[in-house]
Design a protein around this ligand. Structure first.
Ligand SMILES: Cc1cc2nc3c(=O)[nH]c(=O)nc-3n(C[C@H](O)[C@H](O)[C@H](O)COP(=O)(O)O)c2cc1C
Length: 221
């Protein structure tokens, strides 16, 4: 893939299940499930990569990740979790040694551990705290490194989950716009979002419906 291809934006019919608001609106056509309603286990088993972006091991976005993984594994999917804040990773140097088709000159956890999982994944889940109205630097470091395998990472399914202190209706706008542009460029299919506004701390998010939304979206894949 060359630079000309990199700037080409290609659209595709994107299905968006937009889970947002005050924790009350799980907009999915699939029925509510219970812990016993696991009869679809084994069907359409997916390989999922969850990438988290928070430096808080027991923080708000980590809870969404935990719940999503609980739901997805209960439904029989295979999940690999990469906690970007706790890995030895480095930002893209822009050297273009990879030619957007790998390998990357940086022999770190992204290149060694994450990238093979990403290339084989059916679904990529980005889970970040909102930092100055965008994704955290930790997870953005990973996203920038997609550059080394851009073509190989096309046509995946994707999900965005984020937590934020603010609760204004525009809180997640810039993050979502960025994510949707990424989805369009990567020719991904967005299959859901959990946007946990008004969730600046763990005790607060634990009193909302957002963790259950994360579970349900994983369980109902
Ligand atoms: C560096 C930094 C930047 C932040 N920027 C925003 C922001 O722009 N908007 C917002 O609503 N909350 C912001 N917050 C609050 C966090 O998004 C919020 O506390 C979130 O729940 C933290 O998630 P975590 O527990 O998973 O780390 C910021 C927090 C930090 C530390």
């Amino acid at each position: 893939m060359n630079r000309r291809d990199f700037i080409k934006l290609s659209g595709s019919g994107l299905l968006t299940l937009f889970l947002s608001g005050c924790g009350l609106s799980a907009l999915t056509n699939k029925p509510e499930t219970t812990a016993n309603a696991n009869d679809h286990i084994g069907e359409n088993k997916m390989k999922i990569v969850v990438i988290t972006g928070s430096p808080h091991k027991a923080g708000t976005s980590a809870l969404l990740a935990d719940k999503f993984i609980e739901g997805a594994t209960s439904a029989g999917h295979e999940v690999f979790r990469f906690n970007s804040a706790f890995e030895d990773i480095h930002p893209c140097q822009g050297c273009d040694h990879c030619g957007m088709n790998g390998p990357c000159i940086q022999n770190d956890a992204i290149e060694q551990t994450l990238m093979p999982k990403l290339i084989g994944a059916d679904l990529i889940v980005l889970i970040t705290p909102l930092y100055y109205y965008g994704m955290s630097a930790q997870i953005k470091t990973v996203v920038d490194r997609f550059y080394s395998r851009t073509g190989s990472l096309h046509r995946k399914k994707s999900i965005l989950m984020a937590t934020a202190y603010n609760s204004a209706d525009w809180t997640m706008e810039a993050l979502v716009h960025h994510y949707e542009t990424l989805v369009r460029y990567m020719e991904w299919q967005d299959i859901g979002k959990v946007l946990a506004i008004g969730c600046g701390s763990r005790p607060i998010i634990e009193r909302t419906e957002f963790p259950n939304q994360a579970y349900q979206i994983g369980y109902n894949l």
